[in-house]
Design a protein. Structure first.
Length: 322
């Protein structure tokens, strides 16, 4: 029996969430006295999983699988689970993972817990801690099926290096035409920027910036921090920024280590979508802005004065500590 993980990748390179899933699975495997097996699809750097405790990598190479296909990927995970007699399957709760995990659970007749944020509270019975009510609360969910699927919330567990001898095995699951009934015809990606989904730091701004022409300082702050840029819904609705940068409950969810909100009042939908971030910093002229109620750090002030000074201080700090 092995714990199975889906090692998510993009353009042939493993994502951070793959290493986080490996770190998480390794901790469970150690407590149960078993091993970790990863499924890597069209991935060039699968061997790196060994740094995070993966004992075996099942490598799938198939030109039809260059783009994510939930149905086909779920069938692959099912066949891998059967091959490894896996009783626990860990899948990152990413955009793709949220499509994949329920299908895998159906395929293997498993109980499924999404948005899990910690190691199992207990393995007998099997209980996990997960977020609920748009990250406003936690609950303990018990999975009592023989096979269990865990959707691991992004950036909830972190990376734990645990170098392990890793074997790589070519895996050729059987796929049929029904797996490819839905086809990807085009993929549009933002280039030259840190992706919001993978970012450890996100710098976000709202209507307080007064217009798209003032976004230069937001982008500069993000560049200094190595962060992704984001925006509130009204900003994307007014076409000040692309919709791909809209974060919140109705946009992209954010679970960054650091989330900086500039000129965003803090509508409940926005806060719900970013509440999983570990540290939240708010810059706003209104001391009564709702965002301050959930902020870890708050600055009451004009963004046009605060942000340039923050950039200046950060640049000086980086220069002095280079």
């Amino acid at each position: 029996m092995s714990i199975l993980i889906y090692a998510e990748s993009a353009e042939g390179k493993l994502k951070k969430v793959a290493f986080e899933a490996a770190s998480y699975a390794k901790k469970i495997a150690d407590s149960l006295g078993t091993t970790v097996t990863a499924v890597a699809i069209n991935t060039n750097n699968a061997a790196e999983l060994g740094n995070y405790g993966v004992n075996k990598v099942l490598k799938v190479t198939n030109d039809k699988l260059v783009n994510f296909n939930a149905k086909a990927y779920a069938d692959i995970m099912k066949q891998a689970a059967e091959k490894e007699t896996a009783k626990i399957i860990v899948i990152p709760s990413t955009t793709d993972g949220n499509y994949l995990a329920p299908l895998v659970a159906v395929n293997v007749n498993a109980g499924f817990a999404s948005n899990v944020v910690a190691l199992p509270v207990s393995t007998s019975p099997f209980q996990v801690k997960r977020t609920a009510f748009s990250n406003k609360a936690f609950n303990i969910t018990e999975i009592n099926t023989d096979i269990k699927v865990i959707g691991l919330a992004k950036n909830s567990f972190g990376l734990t290096e645990n170098p392990t001898t890793t074997s790589e095995e070519d895996f050729t699951p059987s796929l049929n035409d029904a797996d490819f009934a839905v086809k990807v015809t085009q993929v549009d990606k933002a280039t030259g920027k840190v992706a919001i989904a993978d970012a450890e730091i996100v710098v976000s701004a709202g209507r307080g910036l007064k217009g798209p022409e003032n976004w230069g300082m937001v982008e500069e702050l993000a560049s200094v921090l190595g962060a992704a840029t984001a925006c509130s819904k009204p900003v994307s609705d007014m076409d000040w920024r692309p919709h791909s940068e809209h974060v919140g409950q109705t946009g992209k969810p954010v679970a960054a280590n650091l989330y900086i909100a500039i000129g965003i009042s803090g509508a409940i939908q926005h806060i719900a979508g970013i509440n999983a971030s570990k540290v939240k910093v708010v810059i706003n002229t209104d001391p009564e802005a709702p965002f301050f109620k959930v902020a870890d750090y708050g600055i009451v002030g004009d963004a046009f004065e605060v942000v340039p000074k923050l950039i200046e201080k950060l640049k000086a700090f980086k220069t002095n500590n280079a």
